[in-house]
Each structure stands twice: as C-alpha cells, then as structure tokens.
Design a binder for this molecule. Structure first.
Ligand code: NAD
Length: 353
C-alpha cells in the first residue's frame, strides 16, 4: 500500500500508529477531517489478518464518520481507532495504555465503544482520558435513538419511492434483532407494518415473534422475500454481488454500518434494480447524535429533535439523486462534502473567492 498516496486520496488529516511493549499494544487512530469539530469515532478491537487490513478499516470507517456527522449536522469531524488484537488478549492495562494515547491527542479525537469492546473496557480507557463518550447512563444507550432514526428514514424512503405516506400493511424484512433491530420492530409494528425477521440467535426471533407477531425465516431466506422494505440491522457487507440479485424489496433502510460490500459497484447495482437505498451512515446517525448529546449534557428532547432531521436529510438526498441521476450513496457524499466545504469557506475566506 502506498501509504501517503492512500491517505491523501482519502483526504485524511492524520494517522497515528500507537505501539507499546508492556502491555503489548498495536493501535491505529485515523483522523479524517476536523473542519466541523473534533474527530469522533468509536474504537474497534479486532484480530485483523494483516496490519494493512487494520489500516484500511480505520481509514474507511473514519471517512464514513466525517460524512455521518456532516449529514446529521453534528459539529464533529470523522475519526476511528482500531486495536489489533484478539478479544482474548483484552486486559484493563491494555485499555489504560490505549487511553493514554487518546489523552495525548488532547481532544482532537474522541472515542467510544465499537466491536469487541464492552462498557467495562470503555471505563478502563476512561481512567486515563476524558475524551471518551457513551459511558453515561443518562440516555439509556444509543440503540433506541438509532432505531427511531431508522424508522424515520423508512418513512422518508416510502414517501420518495412510492409517493405515499401510508405505512400500514407494508411488509418489512428485518435482518438482525439485536439492540437496534428489536427497537425498530417495535416502531414498525406500532404503525401496522408486517414483520418478517431473522437472527442467528433463535431466542431473539422467538421473542419478536411473541411480541409483534413477526414471521420468522432463516438467515438465508431473508434476502429473497417478497417484501417492500429490507432492513439490514446485523453486520456490514450484507449487500453484495450475491445478495443484491436476490432482493425483491423496493427500499433498503437499516442500521448496519458499511452495508455495501463495495460502495461504488453495489450502490450502482441497487440503483439499476430501481431500489431506493438509504445510505447507512445517514439513516443510522442516531447513535452518533445520542453520544454527541451525552457529551454536551444530555437533553432527551434535543437529541430526539436532531434525530427527526434524518427524515428531512434523506428526502434531500433522494431529491439530489433523482435530479442528478446519481446513486443515493453519491448524493449523500455530495451533501456532506458541500457542508464541509461551506464550513471551510466561512473559516478561510480565500476559499470562498
Ligand atoms: P447487536 O450486536 O445488538 O445486534 C446484531 C444482531 O445481529 C444480533 O442479534 C446478532 O445475533 C444478529 N446477527 C449476526 N449475524 C447475523 C446474520 N448473518 N443473520 C441474521 N442476524 C445476524 O447490534 P446493534 O447495536 O443492534 O447494531 C446493529 C447494527 O447497526 C450493527 O451493524 C451496528 O454496527 C449498527 N449500528 C448500531 C448503532 C447503535 O446505536 N447500536 C448505531 C449505528 C450503527
């Protein structure tokens, strides 16, 4: 990998390689863009197959955070950190050592909990730095807010795709019934939508069947169901060259991060199939909105008001995509980049000339 060329191409400001011998730690912190505010991005711990894979993940996810914050109108920039380790190697000392690196950045990067980190791990990081979010108990965690954002995104997509505000009777396939998926089912059921659900954990499918009368299908069956909306709420990369040809849904609107296997190829494939795709980082911004509000002093009303903006933002993105005949993925990038450029212009008047 041509390091500086890649970083320049993706527009990153700074990439920090953190290492230590005792405890043994290897971590990468990627700061993409701080035009709108300090770089925010959770920390992921993963046994990456290579250091290059870890770096790619950090670069891609941090850029996504810049777009997510810009589209959500949150005064934050994009960052992401990855710790290269197996979950079995986790110790409080490792997280404290990592926390000291974060502290050294003096607020340029603010982090939280992502894959393979527990609230306990985040509390260990917190012992060394105040630049950690998502540890407050005040908001009850980000999932309910994220689920509300996804539900509002579905409303916007229905309005744009079918020019209708009628949700009752629409069929929705929900993949993944974790913290977000289950909360989403609640909103959809409340609005008279028919639920088709799957999860690798059968206790979760059974619970949702009992609570909302959902039809349970196997993880393989979920893609090809004859439904109106497909809501990926499990893992990333679920929309790819194998699964997209199976889809019958008109709308894709779910919480999972990095839903598209390849952003360009698969967003094009969805557009060619006439599917309205809600860009993941726009529709799932509720989590970021929630932690940001925790950071500035949690006010539930304010947080929920900001989540409602997801509806208007998606409508704007669908309009841009239709008018310019581009994918919704490109339209959301354009919206984010315009907001960042406008902020740059107001800071550096020469750019406005
Ligand atoms: P979670 O871990 O609570 O739930 C994920 C669920 O998906 C689990 O129940 C798991 O069993 C299931 N699952 C895993 N593989 C599956 C498969 N192949 N088929 C069907 N089900 C499968 O996570 P969550 O907090 O509900 O988040 C869901 C997704 O949304 C994740 O991708 C997450 O990164 C993203 N996200 C979450 C938030 C949030 O606020 N929690 C915010 C933004 C994005």
């Amino acid at each position: 990998m041509l390091l500086f060329e890649t970083v320049r191409e993706m527009g990153h400001e700074q990439v920090i390689f953190c290492h230590g011998k005792n405890p043994d730690i290897k971590a990468i912190i990627a700061i993409h863009d701080r035009t709108l505010g300090p770089a925010m991005g959770a920390t992921r711990l993963f046994p990456y197959v290579s250091e290059e894979a870890a770096l790619k993940d950090a670069l891609r996810l941090s850029r996504g955070m810049t777009y997510k914050a810009a589209c959500a109108n949150i005064p934050a920039g994009g960052g992401k950190a990855v710790i290269i380790a197996h979950p079995e190697q986790k110790t409080p000392e490792l997280f404290r050592a990592y926390g000291r690196f974060i502290e050294g950045l003096n607020g340029r990067f603010i982090t939280g909990q992502d894959v393979n980190l527990t609230p306990e791990d985040v509390r260990s990081i917190r012992k060394e730095t105040k630049y950690v979010v998502g540890v407050s108990e005040k908001s009850g965690g980000p999932a309910p807010v994220t689920a509300l954002g996804v539900f509002l995104g579905i409303k916007a997509a229905v309005e744009s795709h079918w020019e209708s505000q009628e949700l009752k009777g629409l069929k929705v396939a929900i993949q993944g019934l974790g913290n977000v998926g289950k909360n989403l089912c609640h909103h959809l059921h409340e609005h008279g939508m028919k639920l088709y659900v799957t999860d690798v954990d059968t206790a979760k499918t059974e619970e949702v069947k009992q609570l909302f009368g959902a039809t349970v299908v196997s993880p393989k069956e979920i893609y090809a169901l004859d439904v109106d909306i497909f809501a990926p709420c499990a893992l990333g990369g679920m929309l790819n060259s194998e699964t997209i040809p199976l889809l019958k849904a008109g709308i894709i609107a779910g919480a999972a991060n990095n839903q598209l296997g390849d952003e360009q190829i698969h967003s094009q494939m969805l557009t060619q199939k006439g599917i309205t795709y809600c860009p993941d980082y726009v529709i799932n911004a509720g989590g970021l909105i929630n932690v940001y509000n925790e950071m500035i002093g949690y006010n539930e009303e304010k947080a929920f008001q900001q989540v409602h903006n997801i509806y208007d933002t998606l409508l704007a993105i669908f309009d841009i995509a239709k008018q310019q005949k581009i994918t919704t993925n490109d339209a959301s990038k354009q919206l984010a980049e315009d907001r960042i450029m406008n902020a740059k212009k107001s800071k550096i008047p020469e750019l406005a000339a």
